[in-house]
Structure formats: structure tokens, C-alpha cells
Write a protein that binds this ligand. Structure first.
Ligand code: AMP
Length: 428
């Protein structure tokens, strides 16, 4: 198959790495791609928001299958458009992508179908939202309804913070995404990310991961897109995985089919494992970033066959295997991220780091300038490794970080600390 991968980040580099390894893949093209992806694919400069340009590229390159990485083109209906043009595509329709595109839609679906999630209210009126916040008190969580690039959520520990977050949403900070606000109960427990493929009717569990959202060590500092991740998540035991499939994933897939918007693609469930069981925090309708980087290092199956089965409706007869090993990714970000940061600083040592045992360096925000690798984003490299234990994966990942020469970058030094502590306790 000639395959087109849409996207340009670390997630897409990890997907490119796994797609390229499939015997089903004849040619891999990425649009727009990045210098890391270019090791596995031919990169074509293109804006994924320009659907006509994507269709034209598919025609010109005789593309058999398109894999869409990021959420924005999905919510904008790129999968619908490509399928209407007769081009097989992995990724949900715009109607099914509402699971990520509207938090209110997902909350209502959970309420209607008995899927465990935090208690909530939906508001398009500021006074009503404030009244709800006051009546419930803090801690409480305020969310802009729509896509806000991970920035629309405030976990408010005080009433003042909560009211300020409501005011911010209605003041238009998140644009149209904040015109409606979801206010929800603060959940207590351990967070985990869980991934499953769905083909409209059947759901196939993939694997779990945990990520670190805060910028600095000790889970301090501002929220980011993710500073590191590891897989599997120790809290996602086999029994917990089965509960999540039975209580959350399968009912969601059935509900979407029942409402005429069957979900085909990858469901990425953000979970809180509470005392009373798993609860859904949110859905994403695409692979996670940086979780995909660790999942692809553990995948022991043909990714093209799996994604094609999800698209074709044949997942029930598909199988997926995972290596027993752990995987970890450490995000190297530009100094200043998630605030203002400079672009263009030179990065050395990536080849040496990649040559270390068990290591793979995925590019998230890089560019080539006069033949040299430079930083071109906030999150720049995903230094990833596999190991027999979390401790080994972590030692390998940080050895690779040490081999990278990038004075303008920083990373957290404690990725996986909880899993490591758990592993050490289990060994005692
Ligand atoms: P989201 O963008 O919905 O994933 O939210 C970002 C982060 O906010 C999550 O990863 C959680 O750490 C936290 N969060 C979201 N909703 C809740 C909730 N209801 N209770 C506690 N924490 C939450």
C-alpha cells in the first residue's frame, strides 16, 4: 500500500516508524512531516487544513490509505472528505470526533449511557455557571467545551480560582471553544491513559500509558502538552483493563453506533482510577502525544494491518501483541516552554543518542537549517527507550538525553518516578 500520514509531531514520527516497519507498506509519504519523519517517509509540505490539497496529493501519489495523526483535521472532517473521494482513511468522521471536539457532547453521552465520569453541568451563560460553581464549592474543575490545545482546563483548588476560570472562558480567551463551559466534580485517584481501536462496532484494547503534564520536576510548574510518558501504566492491571473495556470503551462504541455516528479510529481515554473504579476524564479521538512514542516502541504487531482493520470493520478478527518490556519517553523542550521560547537553536548528538541500546529519538519540533538540525517548536525531541523494567528504560532514555548536545533545551529528570518507586517496592 502507498500510505499517507498526516501530521508533523513526535506522535507522527512514532507512527511513521511503525507504519514503515509493516510488510504492507510499499511507500510512506508524510504531510507535512519533519526531519525525523523524513528518515522513514517522503515529506511533502502541505497544510492538513487544506482538504483540497490533501485530496490532490492522494491522487498524485496513488495513495491507498491515509492515517490522520492530529485531532484538528479530524474535527474539521478530513476523514469524511477523503472517504467521500473514495480514499480509505484511518480516523473518525467529524460526527464521531465530537467525542474530543465537544466535552459537553461526551458528558451527555456518558450520562445517557451510564458511563462512569465526574458529575457535571454544561453552561452557555456565565451567571448560571457561577451559581453552579458557588453551590458546589472548590475543589472543582472548569473546562472550555471545545478544542483548546490542552489549555482549556482549570483544576481550581479555591472558589476564587474557579470563578476566575469561568470568567476567562466567557471573556473569549479560548475563542469559540470557550463559548460553552463544562463544570465538573473534582476526581481523586491515579490517572492513566488507555488506548483502544474501534471499527464502528467492535473495540480492540491496545495498551496503557501514564504521562507527566507539568513542566518541572516533582509535578510542579505550568501544565504542558506532556513532558514524558511511560508504558504500561502499573495501575492498569488486566482486571482494570477489562473493567475499562466493559464499563467505558464498549458502551461508548455502542452508543456512537446507536446515534448514527459509528466510531472508527483510536479511542484515547483519559482515566481517573478512583476508589470506586475507573472514571472517564476525557476522550481524545487520536493517538496521544507523547504516549504514542512509548506505545510504538512496545508494539509487536503490524500497525498498518491493525489500522486498516479498524477502517474496514474487521477488527473482531484482528490480534495485537505487545512486548513485555517497559518503554519511556523523555521530552526535551525549548527553554521557556510552555511560555515564550526561542526557535532556531542548534541541536547536536541525536545520531549518537539514537545508536545507544534500546533507544529511539523521535522528532517533535525540529527543522533543518543549512543542513543542521535546529529547534522549531516548544516540545522538540522525544528521547525514548525500551527496557526490561521501568528502571532500565529510564536509565537508557536518560543516557540518551545526556548524549544530546542542546544547551537551549531542558527536560524533566524524574519521568516515571511513581512507577519506579512502585517497581522498587515490588522488588523488596
Ligand atoms: P483534560 O485536558 O481534560 O485531560 O484535563 C487536563 C488535566 O486536568 C487532566 O489530565 C487531569 O489531571 C485534570 N482533570 C481534568 N478533569 C478532572 C477532574 N474532573 N478531576 C480531577 N482532575 C481533572
Amino acid at each position: 500500500m502507498n500510505i499517507l500520514l498526516i501530521g508533523s509531531g513526535g506522535r507522527e514520527h512514532a507512527l511513521a516508524f511503525a507504519l514503515k516497519a509493516s510488510p504492507l507498506c510499499t511507500r510512506l509519504i508524510a504531510a507535512p512531516g519533519n526531519p525525523g519523519i523524513a528518515e522513514a517517509a517522503t515529506c511533502v509540505a502541505l497544510d492538513p487544513a487544506d482538504q483540497d490539497a490533501v485530496v490532490a496529493l492522494c491522487r498524485a501519489e496513488a495513495i491507498d490509505f491515509v492515517v490522520i495523526g492530529p485531532e484538528a483535521p479530524l474535527v474539521a472532517g478530513l476523514a469524511d472528505r477523503l472517504e467521500a473521494e473514495g480514499i480509505a482513511t484511518f480516523g473518525p468522521s467529524a460526527a464521531a470526533a465530537r467525542l474530543e471536539g465537544s466535552k459537553g457532547f461526551t458528558k451527555d453521552l456518558c450520562a445517557r449511557y451510564g458511563i462512569p465520569t465526574a458529575a457535571y453541568g454544561r453552561f452557555s451563560d456565565r451567571a448560571a455557571a457561577e451559581a453552579y460553581v458557588r453551590s458546589h464549592g472548590a475543589p472543582i474543575v472548569i473546562k472550555a467545551d471545545g478544542l483548546a490545545a490542552g489549555k482549556g482546563v482549570t483544576v481550581a483548588m479555591t472558589l476564587d480560582e474557579a470563578l476566575a476560570a469561568v470568567a476567562e472562558c466567557f471573556a473569549g480567551t479560548f475563542g469559540a471553544a470557550g463559548a460553552e463551559v463544562v463544570v465538573e466534580e473534582f476526581l481523586v485517584g491515579e490517572e492513566a491513559s488507555f488506548f483502544a481501536l474501534a471499527d464502528g462496532a467492535f473495540a480492540l484494547p491496545l495498551a496503557s500509558a501514564q504521562d507527566h503534564k507539568r513542566a518541572f520536576d516533582g509535578d510542579r510548574g505550568p501544565n504542558t502538552g506532556g513532558m514524558g510518558a511511560y508504558s504500561p501504566a502499573p495501575v492498569m492491571t488486566e482486571a482494570m483493563t477489562e473493567r475499562v473495556m466493559a464499563e467505558i470503551i464498549r458502551p461508548t462504541v455502542a452508543a456512537m453506533a446507536a446515534m448514527g455516528a459509528p466510531f472508527r479510529g483510536v479511542l484515547f481515554a483519559g482515566l481517573m482510577i478512583t476508589e470506586s473504579g475507573p472514571k472517564l476524564i476525557e476522550y481524545n479521538v487520536r493517538f496521544g502525544d507523547p504516549e504514542t512514542q512509548v506505545l510504538m516502541l512496545r508494539l509487536d504487531a503490524d500497525l498498518v494491518a491493525l489500522l486498516k482493520a479498524a477502517r474496514d470493520g474487521t477488527l473482531a478478527s484482528a490480534t495485537c501483541r505487545w512486548r513485555d518490556e517497559a518503554a519511556m519517553t523523555v521530552v526535551m523542550a525549548a527553554r521557556g516552554y510552555p511560555g515564550a521560547y526561542a526557535k532556531g537553536s542548534a541541536i547536536g548528538g541525536v545520531a549518537a543518542a539514537s545508536a545507544l541500546p534500546g533507544v529511539k529519538v523521535f522528532h517533535a519540533g525540529t527543522a533543518l537549517k543549512d543542513g543542521r538540525l535546529v529547534a522549531a517548536g516548544g516540545r522538540v525531541l522525544n528521547v525514548s527507550a525500551r527496557g526490561a523494567s521501568v528502571a532500565e528504560a529510564r536509565a537508557r532514555a536518560y543516557a540518551a538525553v545526556a548524549a544530546i548536545d542542546w544547551p537551549d533545551g531542558f527536560c524533566r529528570t524524574d519521568i516515571g518516578h511513581a512507577a519506579l518507586a512502585r517497581e522498587a517496592a515490588a522488588a523488596r
